[in-house]
Design a protein around this ligand. Structure first.
Ligand SMILES: [Zn+2]
Length: 308
């Protein structure tokens, strides 16, 4: 039997045909917002039909369709809430899609869905798993007792908006020193641009456009400024990770998003600095910190695996 996972992003709507935790085929169209949600739903229906037709499948071959959405997914009434990036709020989504497809349909917030994808495909034996996604902002997903925990109002997992000892930066939410205002990729780029103005010798001046990766690459090449920036950055990250671990004490804390691609350059200092900060440092067992494995496929796989 097959499943279909759909990842609704601000740029693309990507759908994948999934069997045995593997994406067999994929299709996508541009999201092209702003436009009415109804037309986005129609595009999703078309993507599902394309996948079925291309692979010679009937409706009865598909057990379910799952969708990850970049907003609050109210699973009680099936509405998309607070979809600021897409330009709508509190609009019916699940019922119209279910009706048009004639298939069971599930949905969830994209960060939660990505965490679910990593958890379900990663062979993790523990039943508590958190994912922190570090990209433009910082998001996350919480799995407790083997189930996604999306909160009373379906908006849980906003790790990016806890505050940490930071540089006073103002967050998009209106508070200062939010985790994502200090430790997202966006924050690292800002910190790098500010620091390189005072350092004419740094290798960063040789990058066309400074990205988070430029700082990691510079540190690997021995650039003194990049090494300092990375030291401050991983300390900020560790402050947040220690908060998260102190509250949840999960079996695994998984780091995803663009920054996670830095590999051991990120993971080694982060592990060491987090271990110094957690309350449970003398405990016989402690949270394992790992890097995400799925990259962009987490959205499609997690969505396909929703509802079981
Ligand atoms: Zn905030």
């Amino acid at each position: 039997m097959y499943r279909i996972g759909i990842d609704l992003g601000g740029t693309n709507i990507a759908a994948g045909l999934v069997r045995d935790l593997e994406i067999l085929d994929r299709v996508s169209v541009k999201t092209n917002v702003p436009r009415p949600l109804e037309t986005i739903i129609d595009d999703m229906v078309d993507l599902v039909h394309t996948l079925m037709d291309r692979n010679g499948l009937k409706r009865t071959d598909i057990v379910r369709v799952g969708v990850g959405v970049p907003c609050t997914a109210n699973v009680e009434n099936g509405h998309m809430e607070d979809a600021n990036n897409l330009g709508f709020d509190d609009e019916p989504f699940l019922e119209p899609l279910r009706e048009k497809l004639g298939l069971p349909v599930y949905f969830g917030n994209d960060a939660n869905v990505a965490a679910w994808g990593e958890y379900k495909t990663g062979g993790y034996e523990e039943d508590s798993f958190l994912m922190v996604t570090i990209g433009t902002g910082i998001g996350g997903g919480i799995i407790l007792n083997g189930k996604l925990w999306d909160g009373y109002n379906f908006a849980a997992g906003e790790f990016g908006h806890m505050t940490i000892p930071g540089d006073g930066s103002l967050c998009t939410c209106g508070r200062r020193n939010c985790f994502e205002a200090c430790a997202s990729a966006t924050a690292l780029i800002r910190q790098a641009k500010e620091a390189m103005e005072r350092d004419p010798l740094t290798i960063l001046h040789q990058c066309g456009e400074v990205e988070a990766k430029s700082v990691f690459d510079g540190a690997a090449a021995g650039d003194a400024l990049c090494i300092r920036l990375l030291d401050t950055y991983t300390t900020c990250l560790a402050e947040g990770m220690a908060n998260i671990i102190n509250i949840f004490q999960p079996g695994t804390l998984c780091i995803g998003g663009g920054v996670s691609k830095a590999g051991t350059l990120l993971l080694d200092p982060l592990k060491a600095k987090t271990a110094e900060r957690i309350c449970s440092k003398n405990s016989r067992r402690n949270t394992r910190i790992v890097l995400a494995k799925l990259d962009n496929d987490a959205g499609i796989l997690g969505a396909a695996l929703l509802g079981n």
